[in-house]
Each structure stands twice: as C-alpha cells, then as structure tokens.
Write a protein of this length. Structure first.
Length: 171
C-alpha cells in the first residue's frame, strides 16, 4: 500500500504551486529544487523555505494580536472562496459545456453566499485584512510582469533533473 500521506503537506503544495507557475509562464524555472528522501513530489526549495519562514515571522510580529490575524485570515479565505466559485463557473461553461442557466444556478447560489462573507470580511480592512490584499496584488503584479517580460524575451527551459514535473510524482 502506498503512503498517500507523503504526497500532502507544505512540501507538496510549494512544489505544486511552483510547477504550476512555471507551466503558466508566471514564474521562472527553478534551478535549486531537490527531492527529499528520494520521494517523488517531495521537493525542497531552500530560497522558498527561507522566504516562507521570514514571511511567517514578519506576519506574527506585525499583527501582534490574534484578532488582527483573524481579520486577515477571514478576508483571505472569503476572497479565495469567491475567486474559486467564479473560476468554477468559467470551467463549467468552457470545459464542461454547461449552459449559462445550469452553471449560473449552481454557482450563482454559492456566489451570493460568498459575496456576503466577503463583504463582512472587508469591513476589517483597516484591522489587518489589508495584508492578504496587498500580498495578492504584489503576487499578481509579479506574475503579470514575469509573463509580459517572458513573452518578449526567450525563456530558459527548466532543468528536468533538479526540478521534476508534476507528472513525475504521480508514478
């Protein structure tokens, strides 16, 4: 029996997000990815780990109270829910060939509920909810700039040995 729990956790999420960013042309090909313990899908990216550590320390020091941290968390979660529902509507229409009525009925219901959560969470913008908004805008600007620059300059191909593809850990 395979150990499926090994294919979850922070290592896999970082690896997956990095690979998706590279595949979409929104990030550069990593050159320092290494496999952890020979297990496919478990990658260690030292610079990314250090950046995540520093970000966590700065967030804890910056928020100072759990109330401010909760405001940021609630805003971030409700924003992700809202974007996910909108993306699912687009997927249902384009990939699954659902009618506007069918997709709108299902995802419109969720959208109405999530807009309520998002509006309630946005009342906490001055109490810490601005942080995930600023981070999202920073990441959007970075990925958009990378994609714009990448369309004008030839990109280097990723090193397949040091940065395995998503398909390699599904074996």
């Amino acid at each position: 029996m395979r150990n499926h729990h090994r294919l979850s956790g922070p290592h896999l999420r970082r690896f997956s997000l990095t690979q998706q960013g590279i595949a979409l042309g929104c990030s550069h090909a990593c050159s320092s990815c290494t496999r952890v313990g020979g297990t496919a899908g478990r990658s260690y990216i030292p610079a990314l780990n250090r950046a995540l550590w520093l970000g966590c320390v700065l967030l804890v020091l910056g928020f100072q109270t759990s109330t401010n941290l909760a405001a940021a968390y609630g805003f971030a979660v409700s924003g992700v829910m809202l974007v996910t529902t909108a993306a699912m509507y687009v997927i249902a229409r384009r990939s699954w060939d659902w009618s506007r009525l069918r997709a709108g009925a299902l995802f419109g219901f969720f959208l109405v509920v999530e807009i309520g959560f998002f509006c309630a969470a946005s009342l906490k913008l001055l109490h810490g909810a601005y942080v995930p908004l600023l981070l999202a805008l920073l990441l959007f600007a970075t990925m958009t700039t990378w994609r714009w620059v990448g369309a004008r300059w030839p990109r280097a191909t990723p090193d397949r040995e040091s940065c395995p593809t998503i398909a390699s850990w599904r074996r």
